[in-house]
Design a protein. Structure first.
Length: 227
């Protein structure tokens, strides 16, 4: 498994010293090379020096990614997929990061706001051991056998809820997210996109699409199938 996936953690305390220009340049280069889940959905990622929200203000972070997207049924999954690439990039390059589900940007221009991510030099240990992950066992979130499911199991999610389910068979993974209220549906979709990037990063070839023959699962919404 990707070593970064095995070690990453959400960083909630940051050094207050701003990052240098060279680091920001590398971040912008990585943003320009991201792979979307859906190439037809327009999105934007801006770097901000402040954002609204108690967790953001109390963390000491002075740098944030602000994700926006055009309105689309799959926009949130797409942002989760894109954003997790940045989360793993930060972790692999000595920077901490943390998804901020309750944050709000100061700037309201551009496409509709989706979510933010804090990043910067960590003021706490950047990585953790595999034994420190607090995750559900695979038996609670999946059926079948596929090595990539472990990477999905380790993916971060809002409130660590892991509101997804995977049915694996013969290299195919049907993906579902738990039905939820209107307020938490957005985060559930983002979480699914995050988990999908973990699966994609462990795939020799990755394609994601709707399968009209995918089985229904009680209490869950079918999102798509990895082939």
């Amino acid at each position: 498994m990707n070593e970064t996936i095995r070690r990453r953690k959400s960083i909630r305390r940051y050094e207050r010293t701003p990052l240098d220009d060279a680091t920001f340049a590398k971040v912008r280069d990585r943003i320009a090379s991201l792979t979307p889940l859906y190439s037809n959905i327009k999105y934007s990622i801006d770097i901000a020096d402040k954002t609204k929200g108690l967790l953001a203000q109390g963390s000491g972070a002075s740098s944030f990614l602000v994700f926006r997207s055009e309105e689309s049924p799959a926009a949130y999954e797409n942002i989760g997929f894109i954003g997790q690439q940045m989360d793993l990039y930060f972790s692999a390059n000595g920077l901490g990061s943390c998804w901020l589900g309750m944050a709000k940007p100061y700037e309201k221009s551009g496409m509709p706001y989706v979510i933010s991510m804090a990043f910067g030099n960590p003021a706490e240990p950047l990585h953790r051991s595999l034994s420190e992950f607090k995750r559900k066992p695979l038996s609670e979130i999946s059926t079948g056998v596929d090595e990539r499911l472990e990477a999905a199991r380790l993916a971060p999610s809002g409130m660590n809820a892991q509101g997804w389910f995977f049915e694996a068979t013969d290299g195919i993974i049907h993906c579902y997210r738990k039905k939820s209220g209107v307020m938490s549906e957005k985060l559930g979709c983002i979480d699914m996109g995050i988990a999908l990037w973990h699966i994609a990063s462990e795939s020799a070839g990755f394609r994601f699409s709707k399968d009209p023959k995918a089985p229904e699962r009680k209490g869950f919404i079918y999102t798509g199938t990895v082939v």
